[in-house]
Design a protein around this ligand. Structure first.
Ligand SMILES: *Cc1c(COP(=O)(O)O)cnc(C)c1O
Length: 362
């Protein structure tokens, strides 16, 4: 069906699968005979509890989440996690971080308010265009965890292989790559993702955390809403959760199961990204900014020879129905975010447009 929707290359909030939006539309005024919209429902009602339970179960199925991990739906976005992680997980007051771009920098700044931060590696020297080498030797004996931003949304880099942690707990910000490919949850102590990049509407973060990391003795000092224990003990309903988001994300989880799960999604993402990177590698006008071995499947930053031309291209793409291609203000240039819900046709159409632009502006 043609709704006149544009191909939206926004880094987030971003596209959702069209058939999910259609289902939501169809259930908007009266959810399955309940007589109300999900937005109007009590979070304590049976009908909503079932929505939440199914959302959690479908996510567990998709990611094969082991039973000793809790799944939490928390508000405050990924940003609140920058603080919740050190507040809840720093036992010795020491944590290790890799500095790979804007989002890990924010996480580091927040962790420094709570304890000592050891930087195991940084790609600052080359404008965050690569992922630093694993540095297990730099991990102090008393480190509480090792933290990575697994996909740096702004810079377009991704960890192809997880760093070694010397047996320490790995904590990963997967916001801009969540559910883009299979994930072995037991490699991590905690995974979290703001959902507005690759899943649903803004306003919620999914936290997947190993049970033994939720510690009673540490939680006492943590403000109630920021304690993982409080969220875990109350099934993510200590207070009113973001019911609407749980519902929408649950629909996306079901959709991903239906299309064949994360292997299928990964293959689609590989295919899409290849179309784009092949184009960048063959273009004279446009250049990718990331070292090829660290390229993200989700966020593709690229530049022309000048800021003026970058801006002209952004304006031309917008006029042609390709939205939000302006690079992040801290980096400039252009960026195409090609998350799960961006169809391959969207990427192909954009590439065709850019090729034509290039041939007409040489
Ligand atoms: C967008 C983003 C965040 C911040 O998300 P909010 O939900 O806006 O707080 C954190 N980390 C990464 C990797 C992101 O892409």
């Amino acid at each position: 069906m043609n709704y006149g929707r544009s191909f939206n290359f926004s880094a987030g909030p971003a596209m959702m699968p069209e058939e999910v939006l259609e289902e939501i539309r169809d259930e908007m005024l009266n959810y399955r005979g309940s007589g109300m919209c999900v937005m109007e429902m009590s979070h304590r009602s049976k009908v909503f509890q079932q929505i939440a339970d199914e959302a959690e179960q479908d996510l567990r199925d998709l990611m094969n989440i082991p039973d000793n991990y809790k799944v939490l739906f928390i508000q405050g976005g990924a940003t609140l996690q920058f603080a919740m992680i050190p507040m809840n997980l720093m036992k010795n007051g020491v944590a290790c971080y890799y500095e790979t771009g804007a989002w890990s920098k924010k996480a580091i700044a927040e962790a420094k308010k709570y304890g000592e931060v050891v930087i195991l590696g940084s790609s600052k020297d080359e404008n965050f265009s690569y992922i630093p080498a694993s540095n297990a030797a730099g991990i102090p004996e008393n480190a509480d965890y090792v933290y990575i931003c697994e996909n740096e949304t702004i810079h377009g880099t991704t960890w192809q292989k997880l760093p070694e942690t010397n047996g320490k707990v790995l904590v990963s910000d997967q916001s801009s790559m969540f559910l883009s490919k299979p994930c072995n949850v037991s490699d991590y102590g905690m995974i979290y993702a703001g959902v507005q990049k690759n899943v649903g509407p803004a306003g919620m973060v999914v936290v997947i955390i190993r049970e033994d990391l939720i510690r009673e003795d540490l939680c006492e000092k943590v403000p109630t809403y920021m304690s993982y224990k409080v969220h875990a003990d109350n099934g993510s309903m200590y207070n009113t959760p973001n019911c609407w988001d749980i519902y929408c994300c649950g629909k996306v989880f079901k959709y991903l199961k239906k299309i064949g799960g994360l292997e299928v999604m990964h293959q689609r993402n590989l295919d899409k990204a290849k179309v784009f990177y092949d184009f960048l590698d063959s273009s004279k006008m446009f250049k990718g900014t990331v070292k090829p071995e660290f390229r993200s499947l989700m966020n593709v930053p690229f530049v022309t020879e000048s800021k003026e031309l970058d801006a002209e291209v952004v304006a031309a793409t917008k006029a042609a129905g390709y939205d939000n291609l302006k690079g992040h203000k801290s980096v400039g240039g252009l960026r195409a975010s090609i998350y799960n819900a961006m169809p391959k046709e969207g990427v192909e159409a954009l590439v065709e447009f850019l090729k034509k632009y290039e041939s007409e502006h040489q």
